[in-house]
Design a binder for this molecule. Structure first.
Ligand SMILES: C[S@@+](CC[C@H](N)C(=O)[O-])C[C@H]1O[C@@H](n2cnc3c(N)ncnc32)[C@H](O)[C@@H]1O
Length: 514
């Protein structure tokens, strides 16, 4: 993709040598832009390396809450290893072709390469053109059809698309291709996994034999897959029916922390915009979370180990109390009179003993016993009817004697319940008691969010939106108390501050006018 001059929008050959984020047609426009705005925006960070994190970003000056840290142009965007049918031109989930109002069992396919697309216009999409000629020349035609019985069915034929897009950069943007080759891959570790066995027998022959790209060795193709698995971000835009992955050059330098100081969103061009969720001091590490805040330390660490091949030892992971939430803990079965919690003695050790914090109690569990307990709870959560709030209420009641209110499984059930309560019926149709229940759940979860993803974090923002919209309905019904009105006002002004820094937070979600 050619960059455009930030001043006059003509194709630009020079980039700012400080941040590499903006381009110019020449020195004069670079000077104009610097004086007008770039002086304040350039270089909020630098890439550094240490033994623990590898390469990572560090703030080169104080960054304020809500500031955009960078806007990152993708090197490649496209389907995941297995994906529901999507358009290779615009990344949208595909709709079957319909004939006289009836859907029929096929998608529009590209007139050259035969891969499914939305329609003729997408045949010309800049993202599709380079791969189209390679796919067309191969003669291979994928058999991707609508699956009305299972619309979520994911096609593994898509595993070739993003690797192919990156390989084709070698011709169109060799400097980008070379940069990608330097990204972390964890290849040796990934090669031991069953997935890489499958990629070795499917993806490699597809690239080398079917597409005829013999110049790329088995190792090059597998390493590229490993680079994608380590560095891609999920791009989820439900309102645009897009759920794909993207490889971003600065995103590939961003380290993880279970209490992140940034969040990101994707703009219309699928650039990744990184925003500070809290004030970040000069010299501090700028990090994101690669995982979910409501998972316990064991769950998060296992997920990070599996997906990103490292063992997290951040502040939350190293703290048996998980920053005051005690999310991994459970009620001690021995302590009836003085309730005690059972917590990990050494949380960053997968084999840690779990022990009651009550000094007079000797209760303890081995790591395998704790894991069994977690697996049982996980199964129980997964078996709940995702359309029935009562099922989630029953889970909370059933487990209250053994799990405290901020135990990770209770938190996951509570959050799912808030989503179900607000999504199941329109707010107008909901009973007053269900709205009060939403308010209580949101307050409870907000107190957790303050600890785990403080500031303008995505999870906290969603909860503020839920809370605001519940208060809005109570107001419409004339049953909002003065104390609730004050709480609503505070939530709304916080949301307005957040919305100024994040276009994905829309005003309509704040509830009706106060
Ligand atoms: C997106 S890359 C980040 C850049 C990477 N450090 C590099 O040098 O290329 C993700 C990888 O960085 C490392 N990493 C990120 N956050 C980490 C953390 N909190 N602790 C240890 N390693 C981390 C892991 O190797 C992970 O797979």
């Amino acid at each position: 993709m050619t960059s455009l001059c930030s001043v006059c929008s003509v194709p630009a050959a020079h980039r700012c040598s400080g941040c590499q984020q903006v381009a110019y047609c020449g020195r004069e426009h670079q000077r104009t832009h610097w004086r007008a705005q770039h002086r304040d925006q350039c270089c909020r960070f630098k890439v550094v390396r240490n033994d623990h994190l590898g390469r990572h970003l560090v703030a080169t000056r104080d960054i304020k809450q809500g500031e955009i840290i960078y806007r990152d142009e993708p090197y490649a965007v496209g389907p995941k290893i297995a994906n529901v049918p999507i358009c290779l031109g615009c990344n949208r989930n595909l709709m079957p072709l319909s004939q006289s109002g009836e859907s029929c069992a096929r998608f529009y396919v590209c007139s050259r390469c035969g891969w499914p697309l939305c329609g003729k216009i997408c045949e010309q999409a800049a993202q599709h053109l380079p791969e189209c000629s390679v796919l067309a020349a191969s003669g291979y035609r994928p058999n991707i059809r609508p699956n009305p019985c299972n619309p979520d069915h994911r096609e593994s034929a898509y595993c070739v698309i993003v690797p192919l897009r990156v390989l084709l950069l070698e011709r169109s943007a060799p400097e980008r291709y070379a940069t990608v080759q330097g990204f972390e891959s964890h290849l040796a570790e990934r090669l031991k996994s069953p997935l890489y066995g499958v990629l070795r027998s499917n993806l490699v022959p597809f690239v080398r034999t079917v597409l005829g790209l013999q110049q790329y060795s088995e190792e090059t193709v597998l390493k590229l897959s490993a680079i994608l698995d380590t560095n891609c971000y999920e791009i989820r835009l439900p309102e645009r029916h897009v759920k794909v992955r993207g490889l971003y050059p600065l995103g590939a330098m961003l380290s993880h922390d279970c209490r992140p100081n940034t969040k990101h969103y994707f703009d219309d061009q699928l650039h990744m915009v990184l925003v500070a969720t809290v004030d970040i001091s000069e010299g501090a590490v700028i990090h994101a979370s690669y995982t979910q805040p409501l998972l316990s330390t064991v769950q998060r660490r296992l997920a990070l180990r599996q997906a990103k091949c490292f063992d997290c030892v951040c502040e939350r992971c190293s703290d048996p109390n998980e920053l005051g939430t005690k999310a991994g803990g459970f009620r001690c079965p021995n302590c009836r009179r003085t309730p005690g919690l059972v917590l990990a003695v050494d949380p960053t050790n997968y084999r840690s003993i779990w022990r009651c914090v009550n000094r007079r109690c000797s209760y303890q569990e081995r790591a395998d016993q704790y894991m069994e307990r977690c697996e049982r709870l996980q199964k129980e959560l997964l078996a709940l009817d995702r359309t029935d709030p009562n099922d989630y209420e029953a889970f909370l009641t059933r487990n209250a004697p053994t799990l405290h209110g901020w135990n990770a499984y209770m938190l996951q059930a509570k959050y799912a319940l808030t989503q179900l309560l607000s999504g199941s019926r329109s707010l107008q149709e909901r009973t007053e008691s269900s709205i009060h229940r939403s308010v209580d759940l949101c307050r409870d979860l907000l107190a957790v969010a303050e600890k785990l993803e403080p500031g303008y974090g995505t999870f906290r923002t969603k909860l503020l939106q839920e809370l605001s919209s519940a208060f809005g309905t109570l107001q419409t019904r004339g049953v909002l108390s003065e104390q609730q009105r004050q709480e609503w006002l505070a939530a709304r002004s916080e949301l307005e501050r957040i919305a100024k820094t994040d276009p994905t937070v829309v005003g309509s979600s704040f509830g009706d006018s106060v």
